[in-house]
Design a protein around this ligand. Structure first.
Ligand code: 13P
Length: 280
């Protein structure tokens, strides 16, 4: 089975009565079958996203081969997406390896430069049937070691979003509307009115980053209000490490390592299953 890009995956999600697609960060290869198990349990297509740190750790080609192989054997329509990347050479590496979707993150740049670079990435991606996500505004918190402090959070404006989409023709736009990357110290305050206005002005799939720690109620409202891709990363990492700490602590050195990892993978399946069920 070939991998789906985001534009091809969205109609599959719609057919199965999902309003949005969850895009889940894979932190290590061991977790991968747990992602597919959740997709099967929920009868959902699957979007797996990879930070550049994880891509370098595991290798772009290994990721493509492993994801393709499981998509085929499990019969799950799957998109493999490169998460936050501001290095166009790394994006090219991902595309050449067989990723079916990429994110160019030029949110730290002036608008004109972000637009110009996003267009370069789109030109490259279109030759390989790869979808492109870009970002406008600054989302708080830390992602793959890069942090945006609270005072530097910058919400996406309706005017900027409209101009950006008109001038780039990007497939998905990540917006800063109140979520942060990583673990919350309080409740997320999603600006639903801003989201509704950006949705009306752009008519382009919008992406909610920082899905960890968003309440179920807020998540459902955001999805009803125009979000069509929801990123969740930290939550799987936290659950996996937490279970591993407990099982490794209790185990003996000659126990099969498999015994320690099964509960961690089950916890990951549970996170995905719960999130995916919010997107209907
Ligand atoms: P969380 O780690 O906060 O879930 O965010 C993930 C994300 O947005 C990746 O781009």
């Amino acid at each position: 089975m070939t991998l789906y890009n985001f534009n091809e995956l969205l109609p599959v999600a719609r057919q199965r009565h999902f309003k949005a697609i969850g895009s889940f960060n894979l932190h290590c290869l061991e977790m991968l079958p747990a992602f597919f198990k959740a997709a099967r349990l929920t009868d959902s297509p699957l979007m797996i996203q990879i930070s550049t740190g994880t891509a370098e750790y595991l290798g772009y080609r290994l990721l493509v081969d492993a994801v393709r192989s499981l998509a085929q054997s499990e019969g799950v329509p799957t998109c493999l997406h490169l998460d936050h990347c501001s290095d166009i050479a790394a994006i090219q590496t991902a595309i050449e390896a067989g990723f079916s979707s990429v994110m160019y993150d030029g949110s730290h740049l002036e608008m004109a430069e972000n637009i110009a670079n996003t267009r370069r990435v789109i030109d490259l991606a279109r030759q390989h049937n790869v979808s492109v996500e870009a970002e406008l505004g600054a989302i708080g918190g830390a992602e793959d070691g890069k942090a945006v402090a609270e005072e530097d959070i910058c919400f996406t404006t309706v005017e900027d979003a409209r101009r950006f989409v008109d001038e780039t023709g990007v497939d998905m736009l990540a917006v800063s509307v109140g979520t942060v990357h990583g673990l919350y110290t309080g409740k997320a305050h999603i600006q639903h009115q801003r989201l509704a206005e950006i949705t009306a002005a752009t008519r382009t799939p919008l992406v909610l980053h920082g899905g960890t720690g968003v309440s179920d109620e807020d998540m459902r409202r955001a999805v009803a209000g125009g979000i069509e891709k929801v990123n969740v990363g930290t939550e799987m990492n936290v659950q996996w490490v937490d279970r591993c700490k407990r099982t490794f602590e209790q185990g003996k050195v000659n126990d099969s390592v498999r015994k320690f990892l099964i509960p961690a993978n089950d916890a990951v399946t549970q996170v995905l299953t719960e999130k995916i069920n919010l997107f209907k």
